[in-house]
Design a protein around this ligand. Structure first.
Ligand code: H79
Length: 419
């Protein structure tokens, strides 16, 4: 049997079937182009940061091309930053002036994005930052850009936290009432205290009340875990979990979020871009442990996915075009199937097919212990060419006879039809 996860309040079937989504981090930080945390890392004041607001003019923005790139890569949903920690909003919120329509962009940028992705059949997710480095009522904490500014900190006494929480809840309401059906609400994130500043968590966000409102407005929506109350999805960030993610010993629904290069926002000079091969292996590895992959693009200030991102997306799409059967509807294989070296298994419980993803192509043979009686037929997934099998030398051993030349796929997959 495959692992059964702890039940959650939302509708998770589509999510664990689809497995692969696009994260989009787009905001004013695309202009400094040196990490979406630049305001915090460089201790930039609201006044200094304002130049990015005044110059935000994404004249090449065409969400249809974004949706096409995501769909072509095999992604089935997307999650976009409606507001990141800098506080800038992509939509025409009635609750702030700090929004795209008031920049040279001159319009709501979220609505056309939602339309374009939905039209391509992708599900819609909103990332919304709990943290806000622009709002006047948001108090200083360990990450705040003004954490070293004594005057700014002194004015915390005059800040009305309740007003910020109303803003947070009010904007969440806007997002869940003005854009049709929303499939995921992705809040980010609760702040721990340090020796200088208190933290902000479920009490501060009034998380219980917020969650209740979200569920009332969008029944069936999936909510992540960063309000300090676990809901539908656990969200490991920028690492590959060693095994199926558990909470209190129980396997849960999880989604790893990963970057192409270490920055979420567009970063011009970041050089540690992952290869297509590494990204495909990351996707396979994630699904082999029962998880989803949410892979991020940081569009430029002109409103485009840059060449490096497009290259990776199209490379992944080239693989997914023939191999997606080993991803959609798949999960961790039952423990009885011992996976050979340099490989991963994914498994589709509905079709009872096991997929052997070969990370390092071996010479002529792959030996599968204990499988002699279990496999009815084997083929390469990229071209449906038969992989001959014979009973191995040992009891129960099944030997697959594979071509010497690695098949034409970034990660070749052998489809095993089980008995
Ligand atoms: O939105 C993306 C990130 O901006 C946000 N979550 C994802 C989805 C996030 N990134 N890091 N964190 C949350 C936790 C804080 C990490 C930090 Fe740092 C390490 C803050 C300071 C040191 C990363 C590195 C950010 C600045 C330098």
């Amino acid at each position: 049997m495959t692992l059964k996860t702890r039940p959650t309040p939302g509708e998770t079937d589509w999510f664990t079937h689809d497995r692969f989504g696009l994260f989009i981090h787009w905001g004013l930080y695309a202009l400094p182009a040196r990490h979406e945390w630049v305001k915090s890392s460089e201790r930039i004041s609201n006044e200094e940061y304002h130049k990015y607001f005044e110059h935000f003019d994404p004249d090449l923005y065409d969400p249809e091309t974004w949706a096409e790139a995501a769909g072509q890569a095999g992604m089935k949903y997307f999650v976009v930053t409606t507001k990141h920690h800098e506080g800038f909003c992509l939509w025409d919120s009635a609750l702030t002036d700090y929004k795209a329509p008031n920049t040279p962009a001159g319009r709501d940028l979220l609505e056309p994005m939602v339309q374009a992705f939905r039209a391509r059949g992708l599900k819609v997710g909103f990332y919304h930052s709990l943290i806000d480095w622009h709002h006047p009522d948001y108090t200083v904490d360990r990450f705040h850009p003004m954490r070293d500014n004594e005057d700014y900190i002194a004015r915390d006494a005059t800040r009305n936290w309740g007003r910020y929480v109303e803003y947070l809840h009010g904007q969440t309401r806007e997002l869940l009432t003005q854009f049709g059906e929303v499939d995921i609400m992705w809040f980010d994130f609760s702040v721990t205290a340090n020796d200088r500043f208190p933290g902000k968590g479920r009490e501060e966000w009034r998380a219980e009340q917020l969650i209740e409102m979200v569920r009332e407005l969008q029944p069936g929506i999936l909510i992540n875990d960063r309000l300090q109350i676990d809901q539908d999805i656990k969200t490991p960030e920028q690492y590959v979990p060693r095994e199926w993610v558990r909470v209190d010993g129980e396997p849960v629904i999880w989604e790893a979020c990963q970057t192409f290069s270490g920055s979420w926002g567009y970063h011009r000079d970041e050089a540690s871009w992952k290869s297509v091969s590494m990204l495909v292996r990351m996707l396979v590895d994630t699904v082999s442990k029962g998880g989803n992959l949410l892979l991020n693009v940081g569009p430029t200030g002109r409103g485009e996915f840059d060449r490096r991102a497009l290259d990776r997306l199209s490379g992944i799409g080239e693989w997914m075009k023939r191999q997606s059967r080993a991803i959609y509807g798949c999960t961790q294989a039952p423990a009885e199937f011992a996976c050979p070296d340099d490989c991963r298994y994914t498994y589709n419980p509905d079709t009872n097919r096991l997929y052997l993803h070969v990370f390092s192509w071996p010479f002529k043979h792959i030996h599968l212990g204990g499988m002699a009686q279990r496999v009815q037929y084997a083929q390469l997934l990229n071209d449906a060419s038969e992989v001959p099998m014979r009973a191995g030398a040992e009891e129960g051993l099944l030997t697959l006879e594979v071509p010497v030349l690695k098949p034409d796929a970034t990660v070749p997959v052998i489809e095993l039809f089980l008995r």
